[in-house]
Design a protein around this ligand. Structure first.
Ligand code: GH3
Ligand code: MG
Ligand code: MG
Ligand code: MG
Length: 400
């Protein structure tokens, strides 16, 4: 009988799956086992980190669980297949893995974890009765973070686990800092480049559409000149926030591409969907109603949007090297943005990606180009930075 479950699953972003027997039936032994862990961890606030325990022996899981219940949320699986599924759902910060299990062995599970883009960075500690040096070396060679030999002392397990959780926290923080734009908190250029390559590779594999929006704040230099650089920074933060709120799917990504330009990556989104999101972007930024008295376009801060799509109606880029395909999409979005700017700003334009043979050749908008999506007219009574009584000069919560 196989079991998998959580001792605590109340972190919002992670699923709760208590006592999931693989056949959906009530698993009385598993329930009792789970309940015991639940009781212990429910006594305090949720831990910020989670450990996945994988062992075919429930007694071993119970023993280690008892040792670790004070340091992290725990979830467990009794076979490799369930462990892999649970790891994908629960995103643990550390995995304690029994080397010898029927079916998928600990080594096979380790290899599968390392081959999974989203799980490869999760540290894995092997726990095994094998104490031969060769065994330990093989595990470390395969990417295990550490090795604990059975029988073990609880103090040793606790100390090693705490060390690896601390290192994981530091690695997460470094990764977050390396991929986040410091001013706005959205993904940075580097993160966008990586996501773009990954999503393109995924779209090519699955045949799904992929859309890209290039979004640039209109007349932002004039905004800085009029209201100052600090107010300009705050304006960018609110625009970034608005763009994030305009994304409704978890896979959508907003990134600051540089200066006052943002990218929005929309996986599994054909052109119709991209145009729909563009309309939402124009409206959401305008709904901020951040007054921009120097803008020749309108009295509020607005953005222009360039749309590029790869879907079944596009020239096929599937044969191109991933870098070239990505450049094709980004340059189409750039050209579309340029068209939107030239056409008067505060609107969205779509440009077709160039066929591979003509990649790099500029195209001009033709009579067949899709119609421009324009920003809605500015609302009357829009927010004014200098109006008395406004809690923030940039975030017009009370604007009418
Ligand atoms: P357009 O409508 O054609 O896009 O005009 P624009 O003024 O927005 O474009 P331009 O490229 O001429 O100027 C961009 C301005 O964005 C210049 C720079 O001062 C400002 N900017 C870029 N990064 C930042 C930033 O981090 N903070 C602030 N406050 N301003 C920035
Ligand atoms: Mg075993
Ligand atoms: Mg601009
Ligand atoms: Mg710009």
């Amino acid at each position: 009988m196989t079991r998998l479950g959580f001792s605590r699953g109340n972190r919002d972003e992670r699923p709760i799956a208590l006592n999931c027997g693989t056949n959906g039936s009530d698993d009385r032994e598993g329930f009792g086992f789970n309940s015991q862990l639940m009781e212990k961890s429910n006594s305090g606030a949720p831990h910020p980190q989670r450990i996945l325990l994988v062992d075919d022996d429930p007694a071993a899981i119970q023993l280690i669980g008892t040792i670790l219940t004070s340091v992290a949320d725990l979830c467990f699986a009794t076979n490799g297949k369930d462990a892999l599924r649970l790891a994908r759902e629960a995103r643990p910060d550390l995995i304690l893995l029994d080397a010898e299990m029927p079916g998928m062995s600990g080594f096979e599970l380790l290899a599968a974890l390392k081959a999974d883009f989203d799980l490869a960075e999760v540290p894995v500690i092997f726990i095994t009765g094998h104490t031969e040096a060769g065994f330990e070396v093989s595990a470390l060679d395969m990417g295990a973070a550490d090795f604990i030999a059975k029988p073990f002392r609880s103090s040793l397990v606790m100390a090693r686990v705490k060390t690896h959780l601390r290192m994981k926290r530091m690695a997460d923080e470094l990764r977050r800092a390396a991929t986040t734009d410091a001013l706005t908190g959205v993904a940075n250029r580097r993160s966008f480049d990586e996501s773009m390559q990954r999503e393109w590779a995924r779209a090519r594999r699955t045949g799904d559409a992929l859309s890209l929006l290039s979004i640039d704040v209109d007349h932002f230099k004039l905004y800085n000149d009029r209201y100052g650089h600090q107010n300009g920074d705050a304006c960018l933060q609110h625009v970034a926030h608005a763009l994030v709120s305009a994304c409704h799917r978890p896979a959508d990504l907003v990134a600051r591409y540089g200066g006052e330009e943002f990218m929005m990556l929309l996986p599994e989104t054909p052109r119709g969907g991209a145009m729909h999101v563009s309309r939402r972007v124009l409206a959401t930024v305008q709904a901020l109603a951040i007054v921009h008295e120097s803008s020749p376009t309108m009295q509020c801060v607005s953005v222009s949007v360039g749309i590029a799509c790869h879907d079944e109606t596009s020239p096929c880029l599937a044969d191109l090297h991933v870098q070239h395909a990505v450049v094709g999409l980004v340059s189409a979005a750039d050209r579309a943005l340029y068209c939107a700017k030239r056409a008067g700003r505060a609107q969205a334009r779509l440009e077709e990606i160039s066929a591979p043979a003509t990649e790099g050749r500029a195209t001009t908008p033709s009579a067949d180009s899709p119609p421009a999506l324009r920003s809605p007219a500015p609302r009357r009574g829009a927010f004014h930075p200098a109006a008395p009584g406004n809690p923030s000069p940039y975030f017009p919560r009370k604007a009418v």
